[in-house]
Design a protein around this ligand. Structure first.
Ligand code: KIV
Length: 282
């Protein structure tokens, strides 16, 4: 049985911190699911960490659908959230169409979208139609061309606006809200005011849960480590060493070994190679 948004709210109400991780394919979803992570986010960070774009702006709905389907196939227990990419929820009608495709064509159980009070009417309509929605405020990567990449809400006015945004999103019916790159004190204050869980990334320990990007957590880059991410492994180095060893063994003929190869009876080979047998099918 998959985790539901009701289970997530119960976790929050019991004071259990909620781990969330991003995943973008079948194999990583299977690993996250078996590790007991209750929510997997198929984030549009896909664009940067998997597809090699310089921001999340170019990510299309079709790309998100393709990867979300794989994550749903790879998971059995985790609640899967499909991110709605840039300009796929610019009006209520467009949001209904995009979120509808995400739910119907992928099997995801929820969608996520970025924005404050301005997107509350969109959230309200999706929720009314039976689509669970997670909000996302603070640093919102789809607005990178307007706000840059920096901590949001350090000044009183911006912090107060963010509190108001979080309350509007909760009032619209969202089941949770991502707080990205905001001061820890502000995240704790928002968390204390909301009934729904806050899920932080670069927002301190005072959130109801945390989300991390798969590649950051596993050290899948050798040269990039965002400050808000903790590396629990250095897989880029390990994978690099494994691929180098493989290439070297192919070059020197030690791979494949007999244990990786199939054999056939000697007389069958001899018969197959006899001149009569080779020409007989032509
Ligand atoms: O796209 C993403 O991975 C996200 C998380 C960083 C919250 O939105």
């Amino acid at each position: 049985m998959r985790t539901t948004i009701l289970d997530i709210q119960k976790m929050k109400d019991r004071g259990e911190r909620i781990p969330v991780i991003t995943a973008y394919d079948y194999t990583s979803a299977q690993i996250a699911d078996r590790a007991g992570v209750p929510m997997i986010l198929v984030g549009d960070s896909l664009g940067m960490v998997v597809l090699g774009y310089s921001s999340t702006v170019p990510v299309t709905l079709d790309e998100m659908l393709h990867h979300t389907r794989a994550v749903v196939r790879g998971s059995q227990q985790s609640l899967v959230i499909g991110d709605l990419p840039f300009l796929t929820y610019a009006s209520v009608a467009q949001a209904v169409a995009s979120a509808g495709r995400m739910m119907q064509e992928t099997g995801a159980q929820a969608v996520k979208l970025e924005g404050g009070a301005a997107v509350a009417p969109i959230i309200a309509r999706l929720v009314e139609l039976g689509i669970p929605v997670m909000g996302h405020i603070g640093f919102t990567p789809q607005s990178v061309n307007q706000i840059g990449t920096r901590v949001q809400g350090r000044q009183a006015e911006a912090a107060a606006r963010m509190i108001a945004d979080s309350m509007a999103i909760e009032a619209a019916g969202a089941f949770g809200i991502v707080l990205e790159l905001i001061p820890a004190e502000l995240a704790a204050a928002i968390t204390a005011r909301l009934r729904i869980p806050t899920i932080g990334i670069g927002a301190g320990v005072g959130c109801a849960g945390q989300v991390q990007v798969w590649h950051d957590l596993l050290g899948l880059y050798s040269d990039f480590a965002p400050r808000h991410a903790k590396r629990y492994a250095s897989l880029a180095d390990q994978i690099g060493a494994a691929v180098t060893a493989y290439a070297s063994e192919v070059r020197d003929g030690t791979f494949p070994g007999v244990e990786h190869s199939a054999t056939m009876p000697e007389d069958a080979l001899r018969a197959a190679l006899s001149p009569g047998a080779i020409g007989s099918r032509e």
